[in-house]
Design a protein around this ligand. Sequence first.
Ligand code: MTE
Ligand code: MO
Length: 324
Amino acid sequence: MLIRTKKDWELPESAVTSESAYRTHNRRDFLKAIGLGAAGAALASRDLLAATGGFPAKANPDFPASALKPTAEEFVTSYNNFYEFGTGKEQPKDLANRGWKTDPWTVELTGLVNKPVKLDVNDLIKQAGGIEERVYRHRCVEAWSMVVPWDGFALAKLVALADPKPEAKYLKFTSFLDPKSSPGQSSGNLDYPYVEGLRLDEATNELAFIATGIYSKPMPNQNGAPLRLVTPWKYGFKGIKSIVKIEFVAAMPTNTWKAMQSSEYGFYANVNPKVDHPRWSQASERVIGEGSTFIPKRQPTLMFNGYEKQVAALYKGMDLARNY
Ligand SMILES: Nc1nc2c(c(=O)[nH]1)N[C@H]1C(S)=C(S)[C@@H](COP(=O)(O)O)O[C@H]1N2
Ligand SMILES: [Mo]
């Protein structure tokens, strides 16, 4: 028998409905899609490791789907923020799937590291030891929220591969630049490429994750194929999509949204119900996929999005109203 201590962020099992339902369903669809029936299931996880980046992933019991109710998949893949493919929520699903190529994909680990490397994303996944599934809350600075089952690996593993030098204090992430495939880049709706950053100790926190898929399938283009950052205690804009470069640097990098409007978007972007956005309250959030159009479901915002036990120590002694 497997006995394990519950992590603090697990909610009562009473919050569960759909975990086994979506898992069974999607696994079946997935096997069908790749031409394997039930008999092929045993073969699948072994043989697919090389072919499809390790899917399907094994759930990490520390981040169980049973603790949170995942948002219905159709919402997660059709209500997106991805300005490279439009400023509307429904645009990315369409515009990111009109010939933008996310395979093959090269990622570069560079800067103040002992082991700089430029490699294919599938090799990176292998070197990171394969993928696992984690179910996290996902909270946008615009005050909407979801729960997403991500597949991928701990960012700490990638940091270990790069082997940072002592002078490295921050990670600077850069997204792709391809104005021919990206209507947002060709129209210049933001300064591109999209850039984000983390402090090194944030990057090695156990929650920080590089996602290569959702719902046990490779990452859809609109969600940031083939790999994106997930930092569930921070507002969604920190979760940079479609990463091509991770640079280890000495000074705090300037992230895209902070450069755009620093009075509204900071470097830290920690979810905080007590620090409002200058134009709206952060005390509560709209739950995507719940409630109705006329009466949307709202719930209170949680400090650090419910991950206070895991990350509060990172910000000890900091004024979070000033370091928003
Ligand atoms: N490259 C890039 N990454 C990005 C964005 C973007 O516009 N471009 N939007 C961010 C914002 S504001 C949010 S809320 C999340 C949305 O992720 P989702 O569409 O998978 O929910 O991605 C973030 N990552
Ligand atoms: Mo966002």
